[in-house]
Design a protein. Structure first.
Ligand SMILES: *Cc1c(COP(=O)(O)O)cnc(C)c1O
Ligand SMILES: [Zn+2]
Length: 448
């Protein structure tokens, strides 16, 4: 079934034509210094019909044939055909539920609203989708005899958790650089538990990024940040899987939170690839949602992407996107232009509010998903998203990684935020009558 003839390689995004094999340790173009992206032999993929690919992917989906049951590796020919199956490091990525946000949609006036639960995964964020590809390629290179003693990343929390887990599963040393005091306790404990060499540096994410780039440039340590475009290839399966889950029907809108902007680029690439192969006949519109406190893409969007100016990111509840100088800026602008995309921003209060509203309808949202939901509310209110359009919101992490934020919301401890939907335990003595009376009163209250 699997043919070795499918090929992929690194190519400079500037169009200068420089290419490298995927098993070379390289992150930037040697000629012009621009970022690299993974390119596929489209002609080889086009030898098969769109129906062939759809049926093959459906047949593998969540099955048990190694490694194709993983929804990333189930699309291996379009992701990373260069890795031998025995070197794949997989934890059955993807295949996450699309939650039908029936009640929330009804509240805001969109009847066909869905939330793609990418945080329901091994380490609790979509970062697993890309990390499985990157760490598999490292294992392949090590098997080929390349000297790669370790893999490193800078992280706002979720990338390091994914890197640590995949490296631990493969027996490869992992090094993570975190901004001290800026990641949640669950995010900090994940790499520690998985045995990663963990540095907490007195800086922000952008500062950690600078250090990891210097270290990986001078030692043989492999860089796992999303400027390494292998990760984009895995993340791009989000869009393929989304369409697959709707029987290969394309939604009208996809809303996704963005920080370093690798994920929105990946999402766009997935749709553009499917279109090129004839698997879909139209493209959805994409909204990249940013926190107002870390909004360089939004500011550039206001100027029709003619200028881009990095910002110093301010503190935001959406800590994983507190990034002022996104590495994938060019890639993101390219896909947003190709897909008639928009950029929206959300204030801290809008983020907290959106999370609380969504949670009341059965979700358990992380603050980044809150950024995307807040953007959704605004686009619907402005009439840009129409009531009958199918909208998919990408949820990027599991809410359980951000319980501190949620608890503080309900305890009214978030500065500058009025918790309109706070819900706290009712403290009563263990007395039957008192409990019954209060119980009946509360049922009446919540049933209104
Ligand atoms: C990494 C991350 C993002 C942002 O993705 P980028 O590719 O950096 O734009 C959003 N939400 C969560 C939970 C993340 O971990
Ligand atoms: Zn180049």
């Amino acid at each position: 079934m699997y043919r070795k003839s499918y090929r992929a390689w690194f190519e400079c995004i500037s169009g200068c034509g420089t290419t490298y094999p995927l098993n070379e340790v390289v992150y930037r173009c040697g000629k012009c210094g621009d970022l690299l992206e993974v390119r596929h032999d489209i002609e080889a993929l086009k030898q098969k019909s769109p129906t062939y690919w759809a049926e093959l992917f459906d047949q593998r989906y969540k099955g048990n044939e190694w490694p194709y049951g993983s929804a990333v590796w189930g699309k291996k020919e379009m992701v990373c055909p260069n890795v031998a199956n025995e070197n794949v490091v997989s934890m059955y990525e993807g295949g996450s539920n699309v939650f039908w946000a029936d009640r929330l949609g009804h509240e805001i006036g969109v009847e066909d609203l869905w939330v793609k639960q990418c945080g329901n995964s091994h380490t609790g964020s979509f970062k697993d989708l890309g990390m499985t590809v990157l760490v598999s390629m490292v294992r392949q290179m090590r098997a080929e005899g390349k000297n790669i003693p370790a893999v490193a990343c800078a992280s706002t929390g979720d990338t390091s958790a994914a890197l640590a887990a995949y490296c631990a599963a493969a027996g490869i040393p992992a090094i993570v650089f975190l901004p001290r005091g800026k990641v949640s306790i669950p995010q900090l404990i994940q790499p520690l538990a998985n045995g990663a060499i963990t540095f907490a540096l007195d800086t922000d994410f952008d500062g950690c990024m600078k250090i990891v780039q210097e270290i990986t440039a001078k030692e043989n340590i492999y860089l796992a940040n999303s400027m390494n475009s292998l990760r984009i290839e895995g993340q791009k399966t989000i869009s393929i899987e989304l369409v697959q889950q709707f029987e290969w029907e394309v939604p009208d809108w996809v809303i996704i939170p963005g920080g370093n902007l690798g994920n929105v680029s990946a999402l766009g690439n997935g749709f553009l690839l499917m279109k090129e192969l004839g698997m879909i006949s139209k493209l959805p519109r994409v909204c990249c949602a940013q926190a107002e406190n870390a909004n360089p893409l939004y500011l550039s969007y206001l100027k029709e992407f003619m200028h881009f100016q990095p910002v110093t990111a301010k503190k935001t509840l959406a800590s994983a996107i507190q990034i002022g100088n996104p590495v994938s800026i060019k890639k993101a602008i390219r896909v947003l232009r190709a897909m008639n995309g928009v950029v929206e921003q959300a204030s801290e209060e809008e983020i907290a509010d959106a999370c609380a509203r969504a949670d009341r309808t059965g979700l358990f949202t992380c603050p980044h998903t809150g950024v995307a939901l807040a953007a959704l509310f605004k686009l619907v209110a402005r009439g840009i998203i129409k009531p009958d359009e199918r909208v998919i919101v990408i949820s990027t992490a599991h809410g359980l990684k951000f319980t501190d934020f949620k608890l503080k919301y309900h305890q009214n401890q978030l500065e500058g935020i009025t918790p309109r939907l706070a819900n706290l335990p009712i403290e009563l003595p263990a007395d039957f009558n008192a409990v019954r009376d209060r119980c009946l009163k509360e049922i009446e209250r919540v049933s209104k």
